[in-house]
Design a protein around this ligand. Structure first.
Ligand SMILES: N[C@@H](CCC(=O)N[C@@H](CS)C(=O)NCC(=O)O)C(=O)O
Length: 226
């Protein structure tokens, strides 16, 4: 199998953290630069798969290309069942998937805040203060929902799940790239993220310095504080 990915985005980092947690080493990694230049990608097939040419994409080597990170995580769980990261019972799997959905929504709402509010994205997305404010409000709301559900040493339970990978990739990105800390009224998430940060799977990505210089002031730039 081959994974087309790049180093520091919140969706690619879901998969990178997962592979490290599972210690999966037999998937070939193809690093794609960002901002993406699909004309450089092999045979243009990623562009064919997904006109938005988003990453990650998993090629299973048997004719299937998967272009959504959650579908990739679920597929890999079926291919690599050791160290189950979905949950042992239907109830546990339901909780994992619920948390995945909450943090996936949170990622989309944060994306609205960052894309419409940060000058680092102004060449690709039209600034829109109202859309940024809406995204920020909904993002924080999703974190509060997750805060209420957090229970155990991980987001849920005593072993990591794919929800931890999805959530940690988001909070790493919001805090390290955009300088947005977890809200003070989410103490359980703060403690969880501190624990996650100590795991070898979470080695910090390298952000492009010239982008980071601009991106990490999102709160001040939009006058919205989480
Ligand atoms: N829903 C998709 C979203 C993937 C996504 O938006 N990835 C970003 C990188 S973090 C991307 O490739 N964006 C395209 C671009 O900005 O050109 C998933 O879960 O995989």
């Amino acid at each position: 199998m081959k994974l087309y990915n790049f180093g520091w985005g919140p969706y690619p980092r879901r998969i990178a953290t997962y592979l490290a947690e599972k210690e999966i080493t037999d998937i070939e990694l193809v690093e794609v630069e960002f901002p993406h230049r699909p004309e450089l990608w092999p045979d243009g097939f990623l562009l064919k798969l997904n006109p938005a040419h988003s990453l990650p994409v998993l090629d299973n080597g048997r004719g299937l290309l998967i272009g959504q990170s959650i579908a990739i995580l679920e597929y890999l769980e079926e291919q690599y069942p050791a160290r189950n990261m979905l949950g042992a019972t239907p109830e546990d799997r339901a909780v994992t998937r619920e948390l995945v959905s909450i943090f996936d929504e949170a990622t989309s709402f944060f994306g609205l805040w960052a894309r419409q509010g940060s000058p680092v994205n102004a060449d690709r997305h039209r600034p829109n203060a109202a859309a940024a404010a809406f995204g920020a409000e909904r993002y924080v709301n999703k974190l509060r929902v997750a805060e209420a559900k957090q229970n155990g040493s991980f987001l849920f339970g005593s072993t990591p799940t794919i929800a931890d990978c999805v959530a940690a990739a988001l909070i790493e990105f919001t805090s390290q790239f955009y300088g947005v800390p977890l809200p003070a009224d989410c103490p359980k998430l703060l403690a969880w993220f501190a624990r996650m940060g100590e795991r070898p799977s979470m080695h910090p990505p390298k952000y492009p310095a010239e982008m980071l210089e601009v991106s990490r002031h999102l709160q001040e730039q939009t006058n919205i504080f989480a």
